[in-house]
Design a protein around this ligand. Structure first.
Ligand SMILES: [Fe+2]
Length: 194
């Protein structure tokens, strides 16, 4: 597996963008990656890998915002970065379930729907996938917030659907599981991210 450095992942996310730190999805990705690194380190995992996955999970927003998951997947696959491409598809769906997502469910007529659905349903989620899923649900473009605040925020902007309650419960359970392994709340890390 080709591993990226944090600098390389940052470059893939920001190269060619004017004032990247003023772009909301960029700062969101940086917060997700930085928090993911702290959680991974606390669990004895590879912090740099977690950080780079976080930096790249929404990279597709720079290519095709409306289809960002699939666009990011294709972009990274074309670069031979299959292990990073996967996070673009898996980060929004908990428990291998495309219906277990926050906000709008994936429209069946969206670009790459079949690929996304079959990938998500058959992918073996690792701790890294789950860390990025959790950090994505904790980090806004301004920093990290309590889980329920972020869920409320996404739902108020994007709406609720049949799977919203299932998603909330899964997100809470996943966060609790990490906190039990860490031995402390993930929010203890919030002061350490930019
Ligand atoms: Fe995200």
């Amino acid at each position: 597996m080709k591993k990226l450095t944090v600098k390389e992942a940052y470059a893939l996310l920001t190269d060619g963008l004017e004032e990247p730190l003023k772009i909301q999805y960029v700062t969101h990705c940086l917060h997700v990656g930085d928090l993911a690194a702290l959680i991974a380190d606390g669990l004895g995992l590879d912090a740099e890998y977690a950080q780079t996955l976080g930096y790249l999970h929404d990279v597709g927003r720079r290519i095709d915002p409306a289809n960002h998951a699939y666009a990011g997947y294709v972009f990274l696959k074309e670069k031979g970065l299959d292990d990073y491409a996967a996070i673009c598809l898996t980060h929004s769906f908990l428990n291998n379930d495309v219906g277990c997502t926050c906000g709008v469910p994936l429209p069946e007529d969206c670009l790459g729907y079949g690929t996304i659905k079959s990938f998500v349903e058959t992918h073996t989620n690792t701790d890294y996938d789950r860390i990025i899923q959790t950090c994505d649900l904790l980090c806004t473009s301004d920093g990290a917030v309590p889980l329920n605040e972020r869920l409320r925020d996404i739902e108020s902007r994007k709406g609720r659907h049949a799977g919203s309650d299932r998603h909330r419960a899964a997100a809470q359970a996943q966060l609790r599981a990490f906190e039990e392994r860490l031995g402390h709340p993930v929010s203890d890390f919030y002061g350490k991210i930019r």
